[in-house]
Every structure is written in C-alpha cells, then in structure tokens.
Design a protein around this ligand. Structure first.
Ligand code: HSE
Length: 305
C-alpha cells in the first residue's frame, strides 16, 4: 500500500511551556504558559538535518535521537509512512530539566508538525489520538494535555489512553515562575516518591485538587488553600532544597506557590496587584519571570511569524 503524501511547503509549530501538578493535581493538572518553543519542519528529498538555536543548542543530538525527530517518526508511523527526508529547525526558549514541560513541548511539536506536513493528516490522526500518542511518548498526560490544548487541563488515562478536559483559568491569575540554574531530572524526582501514602494525605489532596478547579477558574482568592499538596512536593524537597524553601517563604506570606511539575522551578499564581512584590522574592538563585497564560496550546503558524 502506498504511504501518505506530504506537503512541499514547510510548517511552523509553536508549543507552550507547561506547569504540571499545580500542587495537589499530581500527574493530572497542567497549566499552559506564555513561553514558547518554535519548530519549523520541511519534508525533503532525502536525509535528516536538525538545526537548534537557544536552549539545548550546545548539547542536544542533531540526529534521529532528537526528541522532536523521534516524536515525528512515531506520528508518521501512525499516519501511514515516513517521508524520504526531513529538515527540522528548532528555536528553543523553554529551559530544560526545570519542570516547565520542555520534553512535552518537543513531543507535541514533533507530532503536530508531522500531522501538519501530511496531506490528510488531521483526519488520519485526530486530536484525541494526538493526545494519546503524546502521552504515550511522555509517560504521563499532564504536561502534554496542557501543551496541546492550552489553558488549564485536567488529564486522566482511561482504557489505556489519555483524555483531558480543558478549563479557562481566570483572567485575574498572573503566573510568575522562579527558575533556578540547576536541573532536576524528572526520572530522579519520580524516584523519590513513595509507593504508598497515608490516607489522610491522599484525602487532603483530593479535596484541594477539587477546590483548585474552582479557585483557578473562578475564585483565585482560594488559591492558597487550593494549592496545598501532601503527595509529592515534600518527598522531593531533598532534590531541590532552595525551591522548597522558596515555596515555603512565598506561602508563609500568603502567596499561592508550588513546585512546577517535577521541579525545580517554583510557580506562583499571583495577581496584578501582587506580581511586582512576588517577583522580588527571587533572590540570587532564581531568575523570576512574569508570564502570560497561554490560551491556545500547540499551534501551526504561518512561516513568517
Ligand atoms: N506529574 C509529573 C511529575 C510532571 O510530577 O513527575 C513531570 O513533568
């Protein structure tokens, strides 16, 4: 059987950074942030070229091992066949190993680009299949759901596939990220988690996670209580002591703060009136940035943007 046909024109895909967990929503909640990687892909006659600028340019593989390329290959397999050649250009702005979803961004960029350069790709690999594939490649659905759909996502796995609902975070929420210079690998941070947790801790997290849906969408004044977590942050604190201390300092001042994903970035969910004061918590170990909420998720853009 003949494989798929491909577009001759290049496509540009923009994918947002994401913050997973948001405190109590371990492996379920994700928030898309206005910090983006761009990937430009063109189907070529032969071979593979990978250019990288920005984050990871010094150490990422420029061959089949690159995560964008591996993700494209997986998507092309689902779409019915590989192109003869590929040119991939990555402009990376999401820092790596910091809990801001850089690997999910690479995966989502790759599969969205593969679909976009394949004629009939959108019907062959629909949005639900795209999410399921991204989650399979990433190993958990929380970051990829927010990266693909934008906004605030609640993801879960059912019948072996990832699913998500997308909610609109309140316009009053202003995200501030505190990014340290050191990396923490997600695998290492997951290795610190216990196999079982006390029932009281599980119960607290379930209640706070439910509350966070209301707080983040409609009542940000409840965010401090709603972002409390007992399932993962304390267990991981030894791998990111400065981040754990910053979360504690912010929370003691009434600022809703959490470890972003598997860390070590700290995410504060603040508001317009407090954002400047919150940025001043950064100290020497962290680069603090006020970000926008991303409302669109992974997007195929015209090439001149
Ligand atoms: N939910 C995942 C974790 C996010 O906390 O391990 C990793 O990016």
């Amino acid at each position: 059987m003949a494989g798929p046909a491909f577009r001759a024109a290049a496509v540009r895909v923009r994918v947002p950074a994401t913050s997973a967990n948001l405190g109590p929503g371990f492996d379920a909640f994700g928030l898309a942030l206005g910090l983006y990687d761009d990937v430009v892909v063109r189907v070529a006659d032969s071979g593979l070229t990978v250019d990288i600028a920005g984050e990871g340019a010094e150490n990422l593989a420029r061959d089949e091992r690159h995560l964008v390329v591996r993700s494209m290959r997986a998507a092309f397999d689902r779409l019915g066949g590989q192109p003869r050649g590929l040119e991939v250009v990555c402009a990376n702005r999401i820092p790596h190993g910091r809990g801001l979803g850089s690997s999910s961004a690479a995966i989502c960029a790759g599969i969205v680009a593969a679909r976009a350069v394949t004629i009939g790709g959108a019907s062959a690999l629909g949005d639900d299949a795209l999410l399921a594939l991204a989650s399979e490649l990433e190993g958990h659905p929380d970051n990829v759901a927010a990266c693909l759909r934008g906004n605030f996502t609640v993801a879960w796995t059912e019948d072996g596939g990832a699913r998500t609902v997308t909610l609109d975070p309140s316009d009053r929420v202003v995200p501030v990220v505190f990014i340290p210079s050191t990396e923490v690998l997600t695998e290492a941070a997951r290795g610190l988690l216990p196999k079982t947790v006390p029932l009281a801790d599980a119960a607290l997290n379930a209640g706070r996670a439910a509350l966070l849906v209301e707080a983040l969408t409609r009542r940000p004044e409840l965010l401090l209580a709603a972002t409390e977590d007992r399932l993962h942050q304390d267990y991981r604190a030894s791998a990111m002591p400065d981040s754990a201390a910053l979360v504690a300092a912010l929370r003691s001042e009434g600022v809703p703060a959490v470890i972003s994903g598997a860390g070590p970035t700290v995410l504060a969910l603040t508001d317009e009136a407090s954002a400047v004061k919150v940025l001043n918590f950064a100290g020497a170990q962290f680069a603090a940035h006020r970000l926008e909420l991303d409302r669109t998720g992974a997007t195929v853009l015209p090439l001149d943007m």
